[in-house]
Write a protein that binds this ligand. Structure first.
Ligand SMILES: [Zn+2]
Length: 154
């Protein structure tokens, strides 16, 4: 993954600053505890008995790896309204959509369900998509998409 920030200049005046993402960024986030203990004697890791607070690291990594580059690439800010379209989700494979802000916490609340889940996000150019896996979605949902919410003209 390469993220380029470049400025297009004319003379000495900066016309535009934007981020161009080359290639695809994949990032997985889960609400299950991923804390591990390190055993010095065997040089191995094993799941921790109790959580050391991995969730806040998960959220900030997700923000840094996915949400900020995505916002930059699209010219969104934290107040931008985003339409999240769900495709074949939950046990009954329903579809629908929701409107959230373009922040890590809003996006996470949109894709969260009340069970253990993991979501694989893909950022490709400007396009953000995701697939969720959970007990009721063992092979993954259909593609979940995140796009600028544009009110329909009256
Ligand atoms: Zn943990």
């Amino acid at each position: 993954m390469l993220v380029f920030r470049y400025q297009q200049k004319k003379g000495t005046k900066v016309l535009e600053t934007r981020t161009v993402i080359i290639g695809e960024i994949r990032h997985e986030i889960t609400n299950s505890c991923i804390c591990e203990n390190y055993n010095e004697e065997t040089n191995t890791y094993s799941p921790a008995d109790s959580c050391y607070g991995c969730w806040s690291d998960e959220v900030s990594n997700f923000d840094y790896e996915i949400i900020k580059p995505w916002r930059d690439a699209n010219g969104f800010d934290e107040d931008t309204n985003i339409r999240v379209d769900f495709n074949r989700v939950n046990w009954n494979g329903v579809s629908g959509y929701g409107i959230v802000k373009a922040t890590a916490s809003w996006v996470i609340s949109a894709i969260s369900i009340n069970t253990d889940w993991r979501v694989v996000f893909t950022l490709n150019g400007k396009a953000l998509t995701a697939t969720r896996y959970s007990h009721d979605e063992p092979v993954g949902t259909g593609l979940i998409t995140f796009n600028l919410f544009e009110r329909e003209e009256d």
